[in-house]
Design a protein around this ligand. Structure first.
Ligand code: MN
Length: 319
């Protein structure tokens, strides 16, 4: 998915990771993508830009698209990040400038590493399921790997964890002895947890990681705080386990990682380190260089918005 904000604000991420456990409930905001799709943007949030290297989380649906085209995100570029396509219902057809053509289905991992440059489109197939429900997540690449060659991975079978009333699918990283095959560049975790009503359980955590939880459906008490769709609970670092209590049948995404200490500049679909990185990327997309071409998408590619006149400068570690 693309960040289709008409006037995206420059977002600086990094730093200021909490040093111990906290419970900080952050409310997402509704963002209109294109003409018909509204998403809940949970990261970046006011007061919390990143969780580990996770720097962008949109939760969309469930949307009834029975009589609609559904998702239609034209070709657009990425730089300096990985995109994770994660579905609970429906399907997304991914095309990219490497020539990848892949349908991603519920609880399969579509993982695109942009490295220095890639472009892609995402659309609901012409014949699609009635409901579309999922999340689009971005992972910032560390400086040492942000110029890496672009790749696309599709993992249809991901490792699972189970306990009484709990079923988890490991999206990226490792939890409770299960490790995702998806390529990562910093220590991080993404796991999808499905709980049946009244399940009380504790999930083992890595104390060096910071974590946050968001609900995809239903209601869960996460360390005693009610989490429902539309908000994200930041949990800080220093935890060895996480108490969960399902008030209803529910699904949670738990995101975590080693606090990302680098300062980054995030604008539109790009992550760089300097104002110049971003302006050059925009220029290259506009002039048709570096980002390649997506073939087969029925429509024009996305034009980049104007970069703000003010320099996109680092402003220190801001929450
Ligand atoms: Mn995208």
């Amino acid at each position: 998915m693309s960040n289709l904000d008409l006037k995206p604000v420059a977002t600086r991420c990094g730093g200021d990771a909490s040093t111990g456990p906290v419970r900080e409930l952050l409310t997402g905001r509704a963002v209109q993508l294109g003409e018909s799709t509204e998403v809940r943007r949970l990261l970046p949030a006011m007061g919390r830009r990143m969780v580990g290297a996770w720097c962008f989380v949109d939760h969309y649906g469930p949307d009834d698209i029975a009589d609609e085209p559904g998702m239609q995100v034209p070709p657009h570029p990425h730089m300096g990040l990985q995109t994770v396509s994660w579905l609970h219902e429906g399907e997304v057809l991914h095309r990219d400038s490497l020539g990848s053509l892949q349908t991603v289905r519920p609880r399969e991992l579509g993982l695109m590493t942009s490295g220095r440059a890639i472009s892609h489109s995402e659309e609901s197939p012409r014949s699609h399921a009635r409901f579309l429900h999922g999340a689009q997540l971005w992972v910032a690449l560390p400086d040492a790997h942000r110029h890496t060659a672009p790749t696309f991975e599709h993992h249809a079978h991901l490792p699972e964890i189970t306990a009484a009333g709990l079923h988890g699918t490991v999206i990226l990283g490792s939890v409770d002895g299960a490790t995702s095959p998806g390529t990562t560049y910093t220590p991080l975790l993404g796991v999808d947890l499905t709980l049946t009503e009244r399940t009380a359980t504790r999930l083992p955590l890595e104390p060096a990681f910071e974590y946050a939880a968001l609900a995809i459906s239903g209601s869960v008490d996460v360390d005693g705080v009610l989490v429902e769709p539309g908000s994200i609970l930041y949990l800080g670092c220093g935890r060895r386990e996480l108490p969960l209590l399902a008030r209803t049948d529910a699904s949670l995404l738990l995101l975590g990682g080693e606090p990302f200490e680098e300062e980054i500049v995030m604008w539109w679909n790009f992550i760089g380190r300097t104002d110049e990185d971003i302006r050059q990327a925009r220029e290259d997309w506009t002039t048709g260089s570096r980002f390649g071409e997506v073939h087969g998408y029925d429509g024009a590619r996305l034009a980049a918005p104007e970069v703000p006149q003010v320099p996109l400068k680092p402003r220190g570690r801001a929450r």
